[in-house]
Design a protein around this ligand. Structure first.
Ligand SMILES: Cc1cc2nc3c(=O)[nH]c(=O)nc-3n(C[C@H](O)[C@H](O)[C@H](O)COP(=O)(O)OP(=O)(O)OC[C@H]3O[C@@H](n4cnc5c(N)ncnc54)[C@H](O)[C@@H]3O)c2cc1C
Length: 412
């Protein structure tokens, strides 16, 4: 059987693992990368530390558990850790199963990829922006924007989604796939800051606190997270709301009018807070909240409770206003009005329909010989190492199966 010549389009997370895996299997591999260097996005991951996997990852951490399960089993987080250990990365597993290089530098991951590409003699053609893929009999013709042309026997499409387009993933992979007959599902940013409709954002800006956050549609709780939130002048971010953003935006785009409920006080019961107000009844309302909630919440929450003068004594407050204030401490709702753009997002929801991809090989069901990896397909995971894990898992499967012609050769 002839030796496979594979072109990997995109030298990002999934493309690099696909290329290394295929080359180790004996295929000829070339990477076409539009930037002047590989893996630009990896440098930005995990706040520059690269949270490269999560040891607890399972299908339920993704939008389509059934589809990803096979890949996560065959190239599990433990296999990812072993893969990178072999390349030189000592792992450091932190809280919630998040794994980082012990060096605490995302650049270490990029460096070990560069060493391995050199060792395996995998050519990387940079400044190579692919604009067209044409299947031709048993081959593919690949066209670049600048007119250059390549041919190969298999293609691995690893162009990423649309998150952080400045890193190179501008969504061009969707057009490439669409031209080959693939369906692209609705695409929107995820793991992203949420915009809120609130007159208090200027006051709240800068608050960073662990908080219980519920995502609601009317009064139904859709998702709950307890972690840091960070208020900005546009709305809210921080791990709790980044985790909620996927579901929130799905509901928002479906016209379901989702809201966020913040529980500012979690360490005390309502009864205990009521008792506190009784004890502090000679104090002005603003002073009674000092030491209970973040200072920047005080003025907005008093206004929201309909209390006109901040220095009204607790004992002078009408019962209804005191009750409203108490309620807000445990249930303060904010209307979600969208999110920041792909420039601020960590991942993309939506993409090439997974109905058209074989989940055991990552081969297109429509175009034999075309393999698809990573974020360009309609798969996204939670915040915390899950998206890179999917990049490695899907890249591994694609690399294995794209080079399968070679395997037959060596077995004969
Ligand atoms: C700021 C930020 C922080 C993140 N932190 C984490 C984290 O800590 N942990 C985690 O698990 N996930 C994290 N992610 C998500 C993770 O980085 C991505 O899910 C992952 O990189 C996707 O891999 P990919 O191979 O699909 O695409 P990418 O890594 O985006 O790679 C795609 C590559 O294809 C190239 N390309 C695109 N179009 C073309 C074309 N037409 N021709 C040639 N080349 C092309 C691009 O230049 C790029 O190099 C983060 C994302 C961002 C933006």
């Amino acid at each position: 059987m002839k030796k496979e010549h594979i072109i990997v389009i995109g030298g990002g997370a999934s493309g690099l693992v696909a290329a290394i895996t295929a080359k180790r299997n004996g295929a000829d591999v070339t990477i076409l990368e539009r930037n002047n260097r590989i893996a630009k996005k990896i440098l930005a991951t995990g706040n520059g530390r690269c949270n490269y996997t999560n040891v607890t990852a399972s299908g339920f951490d993704y939008n389509n558990p059934e589809f990803v399960e096979y890949g996560l089993t065959h190239f599990s987080p433990q296999k990812a850790i072993a893969f990178f250990e072999e390349l030189g990365i000592a792992p450091k597993v932190e809280g919630e199963g998040k794994a980082y290089p012990l060096s605490e530098q995302a650049s270490s991951i990029v460096d070990v990829f560069l060493y391995e590409l050199e060792y395996l003699e995998i050519p990387v053609i940079s400044d190579a922006y692919v604009t067209k893929i044409i299947p031709k009999q048993q081959e593919f013709l690949i066209y670049l924007e600048d007119g250059r042309q390549f041919d190969c026997t298999k293609v691995i499409l690893s162009t990423g989604g649309r998150a952080m387009p400045q890193s190179g993933s501008d969504g061009s992979g969707y057009d490439l796939a669409k031209n080959l007959g693939h369906t692209i599902t609705d695409v929107f940013p995820t793991i992203v800051k949420l915009k809120l409709d609130s007159p208090y954002l200027r006051h709240l800006e800068g608050i960073k606190m662990p908080t219980k956050v519920d995502l609601l549609v009317k009064d139904e709780v859709i998702q709950s997270e307890t972690n840091d939130i960070i208020f900005g002048n546009y709305g809210i971010s921080g791990p709790a709301t980044l985790d909620i953003s996927r579901k929130a935006l799905e509901l928002f785009h479906a016209g379901k009018h989702p809201t966020l409920r913040l529980q500012l006080v979690t360490a005390l019961t309502k009864e205990q807070v009521k008792h506190r107000f009784i004890q502090l009844q000679n104090k002005p309302v603003d002073a009674s909240l000092v030491g209970l909630i973040h200072k920047r919440y005080i003025s907005p929450i008093i206004k929201e409770a309909g209390i006109e003068k901040q220095n009204t004594l607790i004992q002078e407050l009408p019962g209804s206003q005191l009750a409203k204030l108490m309620d807000l401490l445990f249930d303060w709702r904010f209307v979600i009005t969208g999110s920041k753009s792909f420039h601020d997002a960590q991942a993309t929801a939506g993409g090439i329909s997974t109905k058209e991809i074989d989940n055991q090989t990552m081969e297109s069901k429509l175009v034999p010989g075309l393999f698809i990896t990573g974020e360009v397909m309609d798969i996204d995971g939670r915040c915390g190492g899950y998206n890179l894990q999917w990049a490695w898992s899907s890249g591994y499967l694609a690399g294995q199966h794209a080079s399968i012609g070679n395997k037959y050769d060596t077995h004969q």
